[in-house]
Ligand binder design. Structure first.
Ligand SMILES: [Zn+2]
Length: 211
């Protein structure tokens, strides 16, 4: 049992939010540099990025959020340059692409439903990291590239990244034409939420090869 009290200054996690996004926003709510925040509280950012269970658990306690949700929607580093996300195994470079994508409508809603500044409110969802996910099912809006950053620490420091683009997102500059959902979009959504079903597609591993 870990004895950690929630921080007095915290920000509610968004459904499906990744641990790195939540931690970045939690540090910002406390006006502390992300790296310093991690070391002060014994949860170094790198270990959160690795998805270490005890670290995610402490982060969830500090943020007053559910650790199982946070873990499910965050990548966990495995041996052999592989990552697990939403119960699926991927080559690390697939899940940890330099490009971060998102749904601008979801992000605008994050901003409008919070009293905090847009960059402190906008959250990256775990399913947006899965390359096969190309659309937001809630808004039928294609996922769009938000930023590209090769250095992992900077890539996942979401508050810093959103600081420069949040005004453009709010202004609708990232909006694209919506499109209809395909059966694959719906199947993939169900698989990420509930795990494999009984259809023939479900027997296939989502991604098994590394080029
Ligand atoms: Zn959306």
């Amino acid at each position: 049992m870990i004895d950690v009290a929630p921080l007095p200054l915290r920000t509610a996690s968004v459904p499906r939010e990744t641990a790195f996004s939540h931690m970045s926003r939690l540090a910002a709510a406390n006006k502390v540099d992300l790296r310093e925040f991690g070391f002060e509280l014994g949860i170094p950012f790198q270990r959160i990025l690795n998805g270490e269970r005890d670290m995610i658990r402490i982060l969830a306690l500090l943020g007053g959020t559910d650790h199982e949700c946070l873990q499910h929607w965050s990548g966990t580093k495995l041996e052999g340059r592989r990552h697990e996300l939403c119960g699926e195994i991927y080559p690390a470079k697939t899940i940890r692409s330099p490009e971060i994508r998102g749904c601008p409508i979801c992000l605008k809603q994050d901003a409008s439903s919070s009293e905090r500044s847009p960059e402190h409110s906008m959250a990256i969802r775990g399913h947006w990291l899965v390359p096969h996910v190309t659309i937001c099912l809630a808004h039928e809006h294609p996922l769009v590239p938000l930023w590209r950053e090769t250095q992992p620490f900077a890539r996942y420091d979401t508050v810093t990244q959103f600081r420069s683009i949040a005004p453009a997102i709010v202004a609708g500059e990232f909006d694209r034409e919506i499109r209809e959902l395909t059966d694959f979009d719906k199947w993939l959504e169900a698989r990420l939420v509930d795990g494999p079903g009984n259809g023939w597609l479900d027997l296939q591993l989502l991604i098994v090869t590394e080029n």
